[in-house]
Design a protein around this ligand. Structure first.
Ligand code: ZN
Length: 200
């Protein structure tokens, strides 16, 4: 079952920088706006904590490859590198106050969250995030040579589900191509933070 981790920009403490690698730290430092730095920092740290919860390594020891498949620069979708064993698939998204990470051992995943007020029209959020999540998952599938029967439009649509963000005013979706159904479990970080409602 895929696992989805939520966190809030309020948790983006500078102490988390120690968890990041040089590429991630350089990315955070390069951003001009404090909110952008916070989202980038928290996205990278939450990904590492989500992986450390499933792998026998600490958050700082997780190896993340961010090589862009288009140009080779280190700004691509994150891919976990594990010696000897197949690594889980991951996806990260952030918008407004929310950061979300998805992890699946079964196949490529894509997750997307959007603050509704940032989108072009009212009521477009659900469609938007489902499209983005599906695109991320299929892009990862192609990158990893998984572009098989799971990547037909019908299969991707069937593997894409709405998520319930922990704050109101957001839409989110998860596409988990290798999972047998669209169920997932949700966690919040820090433990005890649940946003405005239960994050299930
Ligand atoms: Zn690029």
């Amino acid at each position: 079952m895929a696992v989805v981790w939520w966190s809030s920009l309020a948790a983006a403490d500078r102490d988390l920088l120690a968890m990041l690698d040089d590429t991630e730290r350089a990315r955070v430092e390069s951003l001009e706006r404090a909110a952008d730095r916070g989202r980038s920092l928290l996205g990278a740290a939450l990904l590492r904590m989500a992986l450390a919860a499933r792998l026998p390594v600490g958050p700082a020891e997780v190896v993340i490859d961010r090589t862009c498949i288009e140009c080779g620069a280190p700004h691509g979708a994150p891919r976990v590198v594990l010696a000897g064993t197949p690594a889980p698939w991951v996806s990260v998204s952030h918008s407004g106050l929310l950061v979300v990470v998805a992890v699946s051992e079964r196949g490529p995943v894509g997750v997307d969250v959007q603050r509704e007020s940032d989108l072009p029209g009212p009521g477009t959020g659900r469609e938007w995030v489902r499209r983005e999540a599906a695109l991320k998952a299929t892009t990862a599938a192609r990158r990893d040579g998984h572009a098989t029967a799971r990547c037909t439009a019908a299969a991707v649509a069937a593997a894409t589900a709405d998520l319930r963000p922990p704050l109101a005013g957001y839409a989110a979706a998860l596409a988990a191509l290798g999972e047998s159904d669209s169920r997932h479990s949700a966690r919040c970080w820090p433990a005890g933070w649940t946003g405005e409602g239960a994050a299930s």
